[in-house]
Design a protein around this ligand. Sequence first.
Ligand code: IFM
Length: 442
Amino acid sequence: MSWTRSDFPEGFLFGAATSAYQIEGHGQGGAGLTHWDSFAATPGNVVRAEDGATACDHYNRLDEDLDLLKNLGVDVYRFSTSWARVMPEGRGRPNPEGLDFYDRLVDGLLERGIKPAATLYHWELPQPLADLGGWRNSDMPNWFADFTKTVMGRIGDRVWSAAPINEPWCVGWLSHFMGHHAPGLRDIRATARAMHHVLVSHGRAIEVMRGLGMTNLGGVFNLEWAHPADDSAAAVDAAARYDAIYNQFFLGGVFLGQYPDLALEGLEPHLPRRWQDDFPTITQPLDWVGLNYYTRKVIASQAGPWPSYEEIDGPLPKTQMGWEIHPEALYEFIMRTAREFAPNLPIYITENGMANADQLIDGVVNDPERLAYIDAHLAQCKRAISDGADLRGYFLWSLMDNYEWALGYEKRFGLIHVDFETLQRCPKASYHALSKRLSKSG
Ligand code: IFM
């Protein structure tokens, strides 16, 4: 499907997304050490031990990048604020340079007619807090509330929207159970505590932002469709467990005030004492729900300890990440979120996009695969809208190639190619195509 703005309802927003550590260059501007810096410095954790010290050097190229955003024609830009840039020690003294940077970013967006959509935390935990146990520590919600107050006290009067924590599953499960992201733990007790404290922190940040008089506050959840490897009861059960841990734990906690039984089976013995008492904080009312969607997983049962499942290689075409392309599940997740979790809330797709092995040849990057991926997913958005979903916008991940965490700089998700030697930007063919479609004349 090719499309123009007029194929979507009046006011439907198109945006691009990035995150602080992935683009800014954390070695600049007085930012403190983060747990990603120490994770990356530990051999074996990150491809070529790459870190975010320079990344795309967005910190020094802010105006150039905001102009590229403007020329792309998006309505809204989703960025994140780095806790360690704003408060290098995680607590206490703020870094004036860091606050000035986010101030300039927000003003630069507004000057260009682009709505600023802030995410408070996208994974770069200040190392001094990691030293205290990070997300395992029950003081995290209070520390996070202080950070929220500090950064939103400065930019909260001008952001269009704000969400506390990007992708709670990644902060909790991927980082503490699978060990793939910082702090790289493989510990069920740490996992249960991190998953719970992330949601309490989310709620505390919402309370703080409401207290500051901010509006248009939401939560951003990453979802993955769990497809049973076969028709056996064992595979169906395994996929249900995967779904409970990945999708239902976080949406259920925030919108229903409960965790799914299939996740509690393994996690409950490890949750903090009196965890149920935190649901009034976790379920602070929101103004919208954001869904990040990329792929599905084919799940089989596996002998061994809970959660007793494994991911199987699936048959669908894959992106450079090795992720199957399955746009239909985006439709399913929009409809399910509206039906089961947030019936009266506007929904935004806060991330969707693909990594591709893009190459810059003679000043041009041809990436028809990316445009096809975007088109296929937007077709599912349109389908959901036709079927009654209150879907209000779509953000492309990502504006530019960037630091893809444990996979370093190899996986290219951007609409803009970045040469990580020269830091030169080159808009890809997908950027030009989108810019044409997003131009108001369509
Ligand atoms: O790059 C990440 C981003 O930080 C969070 N969502 C998924 C993206 C692609 O893996």
